[in-house]
Design a protein around this ligand. Structure first.
Ligand SMILES: Nc1ncnc2c1ncn2[C@@H]1O[C@H](COP(=O)(O)OP(=O)(O)O)[C@@H](O)[C@H]1O
Ligand SMILES: [Mg+2]
Length: 355
């Protein structure tokens, strides 16, 4: 898919902005704080529904203004899609002029893969960051997953409330179990299947980038199932058992097992990357992961997603830069950079100078 045009009104530092994009490479050159990432952010919101750097929509509205407007035109294999988003008291979204009220109905219209310095957090930070990563990725490929995810967290919240109130009265807690088990086991099954596919793609990419030196493996670490099992039925059974076994622990005041407790582990040559990986290995792991995501989205939806590279080119060495650029054919890419270096080596492109 290709983004042909972006329009912004009162978004971040922009009053009004209208840009037509190149179908392959788009490079934004400018010093710090000129509004490069702001453009990447506007594109990202149209895909995921929220920003990657703030939870508060208000922050994105131009200072002293009431609302922001973002419009994006997408050319897909078989259709054109226009997404319009108004950020204000409430977020309002239109797809091809029609109002969309549920986020699950909005996802999947624009697919993006982003690679930014903050992505190192997927490796370095706690499990929350990794769950966010996997949840976002699966949601944009299968919007149904997002519905189940929302549902699961709603039930979990109710169940936790019941635990806090009725530690002794189990029936008030257990009335939530069936729903929790149903949506929870679906989530785990989705995640396990997704990771299985992602692993198959990631490993050869990582081997190639590291000149056959490193084998990268991603493992789903579940609080519910420890085995290879990825069938919903099996997971359901295990989850039910675990829920029973953790009644005592629940006296802490919350549900202690379930997909909300799960994590991803990354291994290079059998060693945990979070614990033992060098900064360079951690960066390369994220790069391989992002490149794999692009391929996986193509396999699943039949089209390449958009690639957003925010400030990362200067952080990877020349060899990896070259590898990355050589593997982007057919993928519309948006790169931000503070120097002209890249601009010189990339041929077919459009360059935007922000000053
Ligand atoms: N809500 C806002 N209203 C007005 N300006 C904003 C707002 N949010 C951010 N900015 C401005 O945007 C600029 C930062 O843009 P950014 O895209 O992050 O820069 P960079 O080019 O370094 O990526 C800063 O000058 C900042 O003051
Ligand atoms: Mg920036």
């Amino acid at each position: 898919m290709i983004i042909s045009e972006l329009k912004l009104i009162n978004f971040r530092n922009y009053d009004t902005l209208k840009i037509e994009f190149h179908p392959e490479m788009n490079i934004f050159v400018g010093e710090n704080a000129k509004g490069k990432t702001n453009i990447i952010e506007a594109i990202y919101i149209c895909a995921i529904g929220k920003s990657f750097r703030t939870l508060k929509d208000k922050e994105m509205i131009k200072e002293d203004k009431e609302e922001s407007y973002i419009k994006i035109e997408i050319l897909r294999k078989d259709k054109e899609v226009i997404i319009e988003i108004v950020l204000g008291e409430k977020k309002r979204i239109k797809i091809n002029k029609r109002k969309v009220t549920k986020k699950g109905d909005f996802l999947g219209n624009l697919n993006v893969v982003i690679f930014a310095p903050e992505d190192l957090r997927i490796i370095k930070d706690g499990p929350t960051e990794r769950r966010k990563f996997i949840d976002n990725e699966i949601s944009q490929i299968y919007p149904r997953y997002y519905h189940i995810l929302k549902q699961y967290y709603k039930i979990l919240q109710q169940r936790n409330k019941a635990i806090k109130k009725n530690i002794k009265k189990r029936e008030n807690i257990e009335m939530w179990d069936e729903q929790l088990l149903n949506s929870g086991s679906l989530l785990i099954a989705y995640r396990k299947k997704f990771l299985k596919k992602l692993n198959v793609i990631t490993n050869p990419i990582h081997r190639k980038i590291t000149e056959e030196k490193e084998k990268l493996e991603i493992i789903y670490k579940s609080s519910v199932v420890h085995e290879e099992k990825d069938e919903t039925q099996e997971i359901y059974k295990k989850f039910k058992e675990q829920l029973k076994n953790t009644k005592e622990e629940e006296k802490k005041g919350f549900t202690v097992v379930g997909p909300h407790k799960d994590d991803l582990l990354f291994f290079i040559n059998k060693k945990n990357v979070k614990k033992y990986g060098s900064q360079g290995q951690q960066r390369t792991t994220v790069l391989s992961l992002k490149l794999a995501e692009i391929r996986l989205i193509k396999e699943e939806i039949g089209e390449y997603p958009i690639l957003l590279l925010d400030d990362v080119m200067s952080e990877i060495d020349r060899k990896r830069q070259k590898h990355l650029l050589e593997n982007l054919e057919g993928i519309q890419t948006f790169i931000t950079t503070t120097t002209e270096n890249l601009n010189k080596i990339i041929e077919r492109k459009k360059t935007f100078y922000l000053s």
